[in-house]
Design a protein around this ligand. Sequence first.
Ligand code: MF3
Ligand code: CO
Ligand code: CO
Length: 281
Amino acid sequence: MPRYLRLTKSELTQMRASCRLAARTLEMVAEHIRPGITTDEIDRLIDAFIRDHGAYPSPLNYRGFPRSSCTSINEVVCHGIPESRALKDGDIVNVDVTCTLPAEKGFFGDNSVTFYVGEPSPSAIHVTEVARQALEIGIAAVRPGARIGDVGHAIQTFVESKGCSVVREFTGHGIGRQFHTEPAVPHYGKQGTGPLIKRGMTFTIEPMVNLGSWETVVLDDDWTAVTKDGSLSAQFEHTVLATRSGVEVLTRRDQILKSCEDVPHAQLGPLSTPAAFPRHR
Ligand code: MF3
Ligand code: CO
Ligand code: CO
């Protein structure tokens, strides 16, 4: 039976700080999302903010990745590389922020959201809100004694009931002193299968939801993953901790995110929504 990383109390204090910075970075990004801004400009803001707080933007040079964050527009599923292209009205863009705090040999905090740029189409709203709720439902399945397959099963059942599909080629992952470690956290699966969740385990849940089929293709840049059928894709990610009583969302935010959670169609749940605000709807 494999054993997975479980953080001690002092390690957890550091992990909380890193995850909090990753969450605050997304709050900063939210202030800047508008038609006309380029993904490179977003990436520069992220790089500066993270370094200003004594941390390192983990994607930079990770397995050769050339930027400090991932920006995935419309049919891009994940790992989009920030570039000179400007966001345009109606786009959806996932911004994925990971930081290492302290910069040397620190702990990793990893989170992402999909933002609406200007006025979204009904199909963009659908895939984004299904992805948002899918993460919430996945988080709700975490408790000591549950299995990783329970998380994927809950997500897959929900997403498919909404006429969307769940990406298979990319998964959530264990995280802590390493960016990506065991266990893999698939967003599909069967109840009662996979690794047992134990108190102290930290991992990400990051469902990628497609409007069409679940298949993806990686472009010639060796990073950008797109939907095979060109359909829209959305993603939300949190880093979570399994606790005695259930789950703690380490990358939970303090604010309602602009261009993301402040829109009338946003269907926010209680687990990853800012504690200081009442539940929407
Ligand atoms: N942040 C991504 C994740 O959720 C990983 C990005 S790896 C990179 O796991 F190299 F593309 F940055
Ligand atoms: Co991740
Ligand atoms: Co991420």
